[in-house]
Design a protein around this ligand. Structure first.
Ligand SMILES: CC(C)(COP(=O)(O)OP(=O)(O)OC[C@H]1O[C@@H](n2cnc3c(N)ncnc32)[C@H](O)[C@@H]1OP(=O)(O)O)[C@@H](O)C(=O)NCCC(=O)NCCS
Length: 177
């Protein structure tokens, strides 16, 4: 473990971002067991079972906070509604990824969470660059990233999707603080 600060609680207008814990497993498994979520990500399996949530949360408990960060996105009335995370990537900077339960799409929550995580990335985590990639058939995520300040690099890569069981065209983006 590094001596970097642990995951803080970050408050936004409607949300709180906080460190994941094992007691989130049942709620996250319920929300994430949706092919239309998993197929837009590289790593999430479908079906997404309780044990998948527990494996994810187990990994989050031993994160090296200098290299990786993950937040549960909590809504003030609804409790946990999704996850946003920063992972090491093959590229020059960490990669941001996120998902929300379907019931919470279309209300600006992903944009609100991403903006807060980018502010923390710059001010507290000490990183000035992030990358991200969204599958070409997921324009909503591209829009979230654009609104948060990411730009398209022009690079389009085939990246494997665990849930699809095959690669998908992925439009790469970059954010510079
Ligand atoms: C992608 C996802 C996180 C978006 O969350 P959200 O809270 O609905 O996003 P926001 O409301 O903040 O913003 C969505 C934007 O996409 C736009 N959008 C939605 N569907 C769209 C579509 N089919 N084409 C183009 N834009 C679309 C919305 O209009 C909105 O943009 P606007 O504010 O300019 O109108 C959510 O749909 C999700 O969890 N999807 C499954 C997992 C996933 O895709 N993760 C990202 C992997 S890269």
């Amino acid at each position: 473990m590094s001596v970097i600060d642990p995951i803080p609680r970050i408050e936004t207008r409607r949300l709180a971002l906080r460190a994941p814990c094992m007691s989130d497993a049942t709620r996250l498994a319920l929300l994430a067991n949706d092919f239309d979520i998993a197929r837009m990500t590289t790593r999430m399996p479908y079906p997404y079972r309780q044990e998948d949530a527990e494996a994810f949360l187990g990994r989050m408990e031993t994160l090296d906070h200098a290299r990786e960060a993950a937040f549960v996105i909590e809504h003030e009335d609804e409790g946990a509604i999704g996850v946003i995370a920063l992972h090491p990537s093959d590229s020059f900077a960490p990669e941001i990824g996120y998902w929300l339960g379907r019931a919470y799409w279309g209300r600006g929550f992903a944009t609100e969470a991403a903006a807060a995580v980018l502010a923390w990335t710059k001010s507290r985590w000490g990183r000035r660059a992030l990358v991200s990639g969204h599958f070409a058939d997921n324009p909503a995520s591209g829009r979230v990233l654009e609104k948060a300040g990411f730009l398209y690099t022009g690079e389009v890569l085939p990246r494997h999707s665990e849930a699809r069981g095959e690669p998908a065209r992925t439009r790469m983006m970059v954010w510079l603080a």
